[in-house]
Design a protein around this ligand. Structure first.
Ligand code: MTE
Length: 308
């Protein structure tokens, strides 16, 4: 594993020492990310739209920021959604590294700054559907996971991608108090990981990702239940076998590996046919693949009731 200064993708400038000593906020502004000018550029249409197109404005209104940053699932900080933000407030997100390895030609450890500078950051408004039958509409900043995978070059034997969240019991009380198989693990099939909708998010509401929302970097897979979108990533491993995942290991009959949003397959405790949009009254019908029908070819010929 190369933990030395990482090689930037072709046509990119290497990281300069100056960028390394700037504070995270200043660094992001210096890089033109999350600054007023970057936001203006996005408004003027220089940022590519989501491959799925923007979500339909009449039916999908962006969830207010105060709700998305105060109603969180993050078991490392306990089971109370409304306490996560406060408990995570002092979580240290700098320095931060993500180790990318396993069955790849160029294993590499990236600092968060490398990822922000060397991979073009985009704005994507995605629906997020939790298996607990609530949903939000969130404006992420980030870059396609496919671009990171391209940089490390998967070997032909690589069929799956495993994701590991940080293990830091001294800062994460849930890792001490809750008897779960820490660290939080997730996984995707390689073709799911390479799908253009699959995002590594570094920001939310045009600001750096807050600790409670999974900062400094998390996975976002909008057609799957929210638990697939692992927060605070430190390790991404390409492998031949299906990865062990946190919730599937705890309760395999409740949480499948695929976890595609599917109104026809109920969770034992929650009907999945409808959902409650946080910040709105009433409920709405849940859509197969959370409405991202372009992913359907990934599952052609598969029984989605068995592979739930
Ligand atoms: N990632 C880690 N590491 N730990 C978690 O407990 N919860 C998941 C997912 N990622 C979780 C996680 C679940 S169940 C959901 S619904 C989403 O994060 C919630 O993301 P949000 O708090 O940003 O809305």
């Amino acid at each position: 594993m190369n933990t030395e200064s990482p090689t930037p993708p072709p046509n990119q400038e290497p990281i300069t020492p100056k960028q390394l000593y700037l504070t995270r906020r200043k660094f992001l502004e210096a890089a033109g990310i999350f600054s007023a000018s970057a936001i203006l550029a996005a408004c003027m249409g220089s940022t590519p739209a989501s491959p799925s197109g923007p979500v339909t404005p009449e039916t999908d209104t962006e969830t207010p920021k105060n709700l998305a940053t105060s109603y969180n699932n993050y078991y490392e900080f306990g089971t109370s959604k409304s306490s996560v933000a406060e408990r995570a407030a002092n979580f240290q997100m700098q320095p931060w590294q993500v180790e990318v390895g396993g069955l790849v030609k160029h294993p590499q450890t990236f600092s968060i700054e490398d990822l922000l500078v060397n991979f073009k950051q985009e704005q994507r408004v995605y629906r997020m559907r939790c298996v607990e039958a609530w949903s939000m509409v969130l404006p992420w900043t980030g870059f396609p996971l496919a671009k990171l995978l391209e940089a490390v070059v998967p070997l032909p034997e690589a069929k799956f991608v495993a994701f590991q969240s940080v293990y830091r019991p001294e800062e994460m009380p849930g890792q001490v108090r809750l008897d779960f198989p820490w660290p939080y693990l997730e996984g995707l099939r390689l073709d799911e990981a390479q799908h253009p909708l699959t995002l590594l998010a570094t920001g939310l509401y045009e600001e750096p990702l807050t600790p409670q929302n999974g900062g400094p970097i998390r996975l976002v897979v909008p057609w799957k239940y929210g638990f697939k979108s692992a927060k605070a990533l430190v390790k991404i491993t390409l492998q031949a076998d299906q990865p062990v995942t946190f919730w599937n290991a705890i309760a395999p009959q409740e949480y499948g590996f695929y976890a595609n949003v599917n109104p026809a397959v109920d969770h034992p405790r929650w009907s999945q046919s409808e959902e409650r949009r946080i910040g709105e009254i009433g409920s709405r019908a849940t859509l197969l693949f959370n409405g991202y029908n372009e992913v359907a070819p990934l599952y052609e010929g598969m029984n989605l009731t068995v592979n739930f």
